[in-house]
Design a protein around this ligand. Structure first.
Ligand code: GLU
Length: 487
């Protein structure tokens, strides 16, 4: 088997789009599932979209995801440089080769002429395309223009009306008519190549075997194929991944906060969940299992199993996966990851005991089951840290009880809790101490546990009263219940 090499070729925009993470992952998995290599290439030829520090940020967030590259300017490699603006001489050399072969030509048309031409085409309801005025300039004319330092672009000379067959690994042969293709620009007058040209040159010179990219590139796919033909190069295999749509079938929101991996990270999504989620945006494993580590995906992944119908971006599924990984996580690690989200709560207590790692660990472990995103931990656990709870008195009344019952019921709870020695203050013994008494007296359990739980948390929904009481400790538990009983 020949060498398998794929690439992830982002344009550095300042953040990593979640769809680009899927591209990076599929490129990585296509390589790794076949013992190949994956390279990181920076496609920064769009000068207008340049963002300072974007490449550094990109490498940082990719490192965070766990996707490792074999080559790239950040780690080196023998096919570099891997940043397109550092390869301009290479593109120039290649463009000259095409000129010499008669497969490309210099176009000296002024921007004004091109604008006028487009406007006229629009008026005539014709598709906007270059009218090929410079396609057949004589050598004399070209020489004259060059000597006059007339700016020019280099355009590809498209064959007139031939059938172009572009083979996609997932969709099979896609047929195009070259008559519909424009003599598109390969090198702009600024000497900067277009994406179409630079990516073909780079993929060839970097010996890319599989181009893994989004379906939105299919319309320009025939241009790529014709460029390979013009050079007499063998094209790599192309894998166009399906679109990613939101649940209502529309495009993913363009608002950065909804799609950037950095923001998912800031909201407390784990890299394991994001990777697993992205892996299933268009790909399905053989069996029922949907939970894979990156290492497992490397074995399991088969690019031939990527579908072609749009993948649906279902945030509920992502939350489910994130919750799953949170539940599976060692508590020490979870506490570490939660710490940045707990700082605000920690600043709310004046009690030293509630600042200790031991206390925080207990609190986090109580919420571990229901936590879906790390950033929820602050809100969920606030009551554990407050010196004084704020809630409506009415909340203490359970639906099946009279308001007048709250006070005596809480007093009974206080009496029962007082009997439990400090050194036996555990979830189980608190439960035992209360529930066995209530049962023996045939009292309605909810009439006691509801107000107790509200007294401890100040909330309608929260973890159970015994585990909360255990974490809070005997002193604070009694203090909170006493306060509630005199409310
Ligand atoms: N620079 C292109 C982008 O960011 C890459 C497309 C490709 O993978 O060829 O969309």
């Amino acid at each position: 088997m020949s060498k398998i090499r794929t690439r992830f070729a982002p344009s550095p925009t300042g953040y990593l789009h979640i769809g680009s993470l899927r591209t990076a992952l599929f490129a990585y998995l296509t390589a790794k599932s076949q013992s190949g290599q994956v390279i990181l290439r920076i496609e920064d030829t769009d000068q207008e979209r340049r963002v300072e520090g974007a490449v550094k940020k990109l490498v940082e967030i990719l490192n965070w995801t766990g996707i490792e590259f074999d080559e790239g300017d950040h780690i080196g490699g023998e096919f570099g440089p891997y940043t397109q603006t550092n390869r301009l001489d290479i593109y120039e050399r290649c463009a000259k080769k095409l000129l010499a072969r008669g497969k490309a030509y210099r176009c000296f048309c002024s921007p004004e002429r091109l604008t006028k031409m487009r406007e006229d085409q629009q008026k005539r309801k014709e598709p906007p395309r270059y009218d090929r005025k410079c396609r057949d300039l004589s050598d004399e004319e070209i020489k004259k223009n060059l000597q006059a330092y007339k700016p020019f672009v280099i355009r590809q000379k498209m064959p007139k009306r031939v059938e172009v067959i572009a083979h996609d690994e997932l969709r099979g042969d896609i047929k195009f008519n070259s008559g519909e293709l424009e003599d598109h620009v390969l090198i702009k007058s600024s000497k900067i190549p277009t994406y179409q040209f630079a990516s073909v040159v780079d993929d060839h010179l970097m010996e890319i075997s599989h181009v893994v990219r989004g379906e939105e590139w299919i319309p320009s796919f025939p241009k790529n194929i014709l460029l390979y033909k013009a050079f007499d190069w063998t094209p790599p295999k192309f894998i166009h991944m399906p679109l990613i749509l939101n649940k209502t079938g529309g495009k993913l929101s363009k608002r950065q906060g909804d799609v950037s991996v950095e923001d998912f990270k800031a909201k407390g999504y784990l890299k394991e969940a994001l990777i697993n989620f992205c892996a299933h945006l268009g790909w399905h494993s053989k069996g029922d299992n949907e939970i894979f580590t990156l290492k497992e995906l490397e074995k399991e992944f088969d690019y031939k199993k990527i579908g072609t119908s749009p993948a649906i971006f279902d945030t509920e599924k992502l939350d489910y996966l994130n919750g799953y990984y949170i539940r599976e996580m060692e508590i020490e690690k979870l506490v570490d990851l939660c710490m940045p989200f707990l700082e605000k709560n920690l600043s709310k207590t004046t009690d030293d005991r509630r600042q200790t790692t031991e206390y925080i660990k207990k609190v986090v472990s109580i919420e571990q089951e229901r936590l879906k995103r790390l950033d929820e931990i602050g809100e969920l656990t606030e009551f554990f840290f407050l010196d004084k709870l704020k809630y409506d008195k009415e909340m203490l009344v359970w639906k099946k009880m009279e308001p007048s019952e709250v006070k005596p019921n809480l007093e009974l709870i206080i009496k029962l809790l007082n009997k439990i020695p400090e050194d036996c203050w555990t979830n189980d013994s608190i439960e035992e101490g209360i529930v066995s008494y209530l049962k023996a007296k045939e009292l309605r359990i909810g009439n006691y546990l509801w107000p107790m739980r509200v007294a401890l948390t100040g909330r309608k929904a929260s973890p159970g009263p015994f585990e909360v009481a255990e974490a809070l400790g005997k002193e604070i538990t009694l203090k909170r219940i006493k306060l509630a009983s005199i409310k």
